[in-house]
Design a protein around this ligand. Structure first.
Ligand code: NAD
Length: 424
């Protein structure tokens, strides 16, 4: 019997499902495999009581979704954000399955998070939240089962709180249990910058294949957190003129090019790592929205849904490289395609993070450490190869890069599911 196809009222989840169904149909994937891969293996919800600094108790909701473990342990970040819910985590877990598959690394896809407002919580409150969340999801985590990493509003510190809690519970040291740890505690040189470096590498390869000299290209980078800041830094080091950057404090524009080193100085001296008042320090102009700046390339590296039905029409860039997960909604995708905008999809462009995590995990399992150069050389080589593979596949199949990447990624997972078999 043909199983009814899933739909979701959550835009991100619906987008992930519809992209999967579209690619699967185009590939002629069997209904049996479509049914299996359109559902997640495990969706876990936990309650996290935290005694706040004022003595009150807040109970936060936390989630961990394992979409697929066909290729290996599920891998994916943990985010802290007021909008986190189960469907969002599932959408991002599905994306991780395709991202790991496309990257050619031995992982499945997972994602987790806690619905909270971390920017208005103290360090102590965040520590309690992280430790209790870690303890609650500990039964499903492990170096061979599910390996988290940082994501929006989480960093090496949150990872250390979680891994420390679980190690103490288990009475054993298991640094390979999660990645994105600080270099001083089983982390890897290069991992912190890996996602942005990978996004920028895709952008630079894209420029090369289009016959553009990076020294004559202008770009806008939206978001100046982990992904955006290192994307901007790597692009700027390659000669690209970054005419606008932004974060939650606003958008900053300079026709002559933003001084990215200065932007780092500003976030490094701000306790919340924000670009607050950057127009003064950076000698630039504060503008309404950096998405609408006239530049060749746009790198949306802030969060999902930023380029949507309302904003897509005003985007002037001809080329988009998705640093964030899901920054372009499906309606916007169509509007941009009609305008002739070419998009490098998120699960190719930002896969440097998970490839870098794989390097950290591999080093942890062996108890050895690579140099930063060794790490970066391997990362850049893989990113360049993967970009070229998807570009060629999209030309051969006459489909968008998003569709080409989906098809290549789904095929590998489907082949392994078929090979490993299921309990049917
Ligand atoms: P982050 O929290 O470090 O940074 C997010 C940045 O976006 C901040 O500068 C924030 O101020 C800014 N921002 C938020 N809302 C904005 C808005 N409306 N306009 C402009 N700027 C805004 O998060 P991150 O780790 O850099 O992640 C960003 C995106 O990249 C997310 O979609 C995440 O899932 C994805 N991603 C992250 C990694 C990673 O390794 N960190 C890997 C793959 C994908």
């Amino acid at each position: 019997m043909k199983q009814e196809r899933r739909k979701s009222s959550n835009v991100l989840l619906d987008t992930a499902l519809q992209e999967f169904y579209g690619a699967a149909d185009e590939m002629g994937l069997s209904e049996k495999l479509i049914s299996i891969l359109s559902h997640s293996e495990r969706r876990v919800q936990v309650s996290i009581p935290v005694e706040m600094d004022d003595g009150s108790v807040n109970v936060f909701e936390g989630y961990r979704v394992q979409h697929s473990t066909a290729l290996g342990p599920s891998k994916g970040g943990i985010r802290y954000d007021p909008e986190v819910d189960m469907d969002e985590c599932e959408a991002l877990a599905i994306l991780m399955t395709w991202k790991c598959s496309l990257a050619g690394i031995p992982y499945g896809g997972g994602k987790g998070g806690v619905a909270c407002d971390p920017l208005n919580m103290s360090e102590k409150e965040k520590e309690k939240l992280s430790r209790t969340f870690g303890a609650r999801i500990a039964p499903i985590l492990g170096k061979w089962s599910d390996i988290p990493a940082p994501d929006m509003n989480t960093s090496g510190q949150e990872m250390v709180w979680i891994v420390d809690t679980i190690c103490k519970m288990r009475g054993d040291l298991e640094p390979a249990l999660l990645t994105g740890k600080p270099v001083t505690f089983w982390g890897s040189y290069g991992r912190h910058e890996a996602t942005g470096r990978g996004v920028a590498t895709c952008g630079l390869e894209f420029m090369k294949i289009l016959g553009k000299n990076s020294n004559h290209v202008t770009a806008v980078v939206q978001g100046f957190g982990n992904v955006g800041s290192y994307t901007a830094k790597t692009l700027s080091e390659a000669g690209v003129k970054i005419t606008a950057i932004s974060d939650i404090t606003g958008s900053y524009y300079s026709e002559k090019g933003i001084d990215i080193e200065k932007a780092f100085e500003v976030i490094n001296s701000n306790p919340k790592r924000l670009l607050k008042d950057f127009e003064k320090a950076g000698n630039c102009e504060k503008i309404e929205n950096d998405l609408f700046v006239d530049a060749d390339f746009l790198f949306p590296c802030a969060r999902d849904g930023m380029i949507n039905r309302k904003t897509a029409d005003k985007v002037k860039a001809r080329y988009i490289v998705e640093g964030a997960n899901g920054p372009v909604t499906p309606d916007a995708d169509k509007i941009l395609a009609d305008k002739g905008v070419v998009i490098v999809p998120d699960f190719l462009a930002n896969s440097g993070g998970v490839i870098g995590s794989y390097f950290e995990w591999a080093q942890n399992l062996q108890g050895i450490f690579w140099s930063e150069d060794e790490y970066n050389d391997k990362l850049v080589r893989i990113m360049k190869g993967n970009f070229k593979r998807v570009w060629d596949y999209s030309k051969a199949k006459k489909v968008t890069m998003r569709r080409a990447a989906s098809m290549a990624a789904i095929q590998r997972v489907a082949d392994v599911v078929k090979m490993r078999g299921t309990f049917l």
